[in-house]
Design a protein around this ligand. Structure first.
Ligand SMILES: [Zn+2]
Length: 276
């Protein structure tokens, strides 16, 4: 049920510009699929879902939200069967984050640890990567799409986002990443047991990255993932519904851009190749 407008507005981040921080959204590649497996609103037909990565320039610090897929997917060594059977993945030449950035990021903030968000980490060995304790407990010991080699590739730093162990931002437990209230790492469980969101106060206003709580904007507009897909991939569908309602309500906040994990309209103008 949508919240009344006034309580939502009370949660809203300040729309004031923060000149020290810039945000871009890039696509590290695509999963080619069909709308009928993405939304339950009767749509069908081919769709290329971008692997969206947030790029945050915080002064001299370079921070990513998720990593998409990378060179190991292009060369066929990751993620491996059976995940390769799930969808037609493509990392076009020039699209991997390691090819787009002029240096390795200082930090990556993971919204969750599914394969299509972590694969690009292989291209940045040793960097610091934040996840949540709950997602680390779920995936860090090894899981489909999370082999031991990925555990060893980077410096994983699990964070405690439980209520009481963190501040509250937008009504959720959150950590202030730089201690200056410009970038927040928020608890948004459901899609995975410890899924997270990232709020950024930037030069052009606030941004909220919600990972795969919503794959596409239509999930913020009343459509859901098809029931069979929800049962397969959402750790807690009830929590996902709650998180979706929260994110959908926040779209009323002045200037706030809510970024769904694979929204096709955000891939415009990026390297793409049509499905053969
Ligand atoms: Zn995803």
């Amino acid at each position: 049920m949508p919240l009344p407008l006034l309580p939502v507005l009370a949660l809203c981040p300040s729309p004031a510009p923060n000149p020290a921080v810039q945000v871009e959204v890039l696509s590290a590649g695509f999963v080619h699929d069909d709308w009928k497996r993405v939304v339950d609103d009767g749509s069908a037909g081919p769709v290329s879902l971008p692997l969206l990565v947030g790029v945050i320039h915080h002064g001299d610090d370079l921070v990513l939200v998720d990593a998409g897929l990378g060179l190991t997917t292009r060369d066929g060594s990751y993620p491996g069967f059976p995940l390769t059977a799930l969808g037609d993945m493509e990392v076009p030449p020039g699209a991997a984050m390691v090819e787009r950035l002029d240096r390795a990021p200082d930090l990556v903030l993971m919204t969750h640890l599914h394969y299509d968000h972590v694969g690009g980490l292989y291209d940045f060995p040793g960097i610091e990567v934040w996840t949540t304790r709950e997602d680390w407990r779920t995936y860090g010991g090894g899981a489909l799409g999370f082999p031991r080699s990925l555990k060893q590739a980077v410096n994983w730093v699990p964070q405690d986002l439980r209520a009481g162990a963190a501040s509250q931002v937008l009504g959720r437990p959150a950590l202030d990443v730089f201690g200056d209230q410009s970038v927040w790492y928020l608890s948004l469980p459901g899609h995975t047991p410890g899924a997270a969101a990232v709020l950024v106060r930037a030069e052009d206003g606030p941004w909220l990255f919600i990972g795969d709580t919503a794959w596409v904007d239509r999930h913020l507009e009343g459509a859901r993932r098809p029931a069979v897909v929800r049962a397969l991939i959402d750790a807690d569908p009830r929590q996902v519904a709650e998180g979706l309602a929260w994110a959908a309500d926040l779209r009323a906040c002045p200037g706030l851009r809510v970024v769904a994990g694979h929204e096709p309209s955000l891939a415009e103008g990026l390297p793409s190749s049509p499905q053969p």
